[in-house]
Write a protein that binds this ligand. Structure first.
Ligand code: Z5A
Length: 206
């Protein structure tokens, strides 16, 4: 089977990082160890852009600048890491990819949706994951799980309304691309969610 690219999406505390290891073991057993990566980040330059995006700064970061920075990091990640791995027959799992930009910058910041679609077309030549798992749970549930960690980064520090708009952004993207994006109920416990994840993998790739 051709190596596939799978992304995991969802708001903070949805369980993306936790479920990443479920995907990793399922793929390893069948197709060899996948490359496991994340966004923003995944290459040294893209990780530097990530620090810029998440750190608090006296100078406000303009919403379009934020979008262009995430896309600059993504283009770097795609060309330097993701595409070479896939060309080499290695599966790739990414904790977030372009759908996060539609959710946070399109939904959360309210940037023009069709401009984002155009950016996806020219910056990534329309490249998309083969499968995206959207871990969806009520915002308060995710925030309560994630916020035991302490200090909030620049995006985590946004208010509830921002995350509501971001969730609506995921919903819109899901409505537009239901073949690629699978929505999972992430309000359940870790084991129950892992079972949902394995069931999707089984259905798509066995
Ligand atoms: N961002 C953007 O704006 N535009 C873009 O294009 C991209 C990103 C790509 C960094 O993302 C920020 O970048 C993000 C969006 C923005 N900002 N926010 N908010 P990130 O992925 O690095 O950060 P994150 O979403 O904040 O990650 P997270 O808080 O670690 O969430 P998670 O990975 O989904 O959760 P987790 O680490 O697996 O679990 C969190 C805790 O909950 C942990 O204690 C678990 O044990 C527990 N947990 C997990 N699952 C469960 C279940 N099912 N039940 C109970 N407890 C659970």
């Amino acid at each position: 089977m051709k190596a596939a690219f799978i992304s995991i999406e969802g708001l903070e505390g949805a369980g993306k990082t936790t479920q990443r290891s479920v995907l990793e073991s399922w793929i390893t057993e069948r197709f060899g160890a996948p490359l496991v990566t994340r966004e923003p980040g995944g290459t040294p330059i893209a990780e530097r852009i990530r620090s810029l995006l998440l750190s608090h700064d006296e100078e406000p970061l303009d919403a379009w600048s934020e979008l262009l920075l995430v896309f600059a990091a993504r283009r770097q990640h795609l060309t330097q890491v993701i595409q070479p791995a896939l060309a080499n027959g290695q599966w790739v799992i990414s904790d977030r990819f372009t759908d996060a930009s539609f959710a946070y910058q399109g939904g959360g910041r309210g940037l023009n949706w069709s401009h984002l679609q155009a950016l996806e077309e020219w910056a990534l030549a329309g490249f998309r994951p083969d499968l995206t798992l959207w871990l969806d749970c009520p915002i308060e549930t995710g925030l309560a799980r994630a916020r035991q960690r302490g200090e909030l980064d620049r995006i985590e520090a946004e208010d509830l309304a921002f995350f509501e708009r971001a969730r609506a952004g995921y919903e819109r993207r899901f409505q537009e691309q239901p073949e690629r994006i699978v929505r999972l109920d992430a309000s359940v416990d870790i084991d129950a969610l892992s079972q949902q994840v394995r069931a999707v993998l089984q259905e798509r790739f066995s």
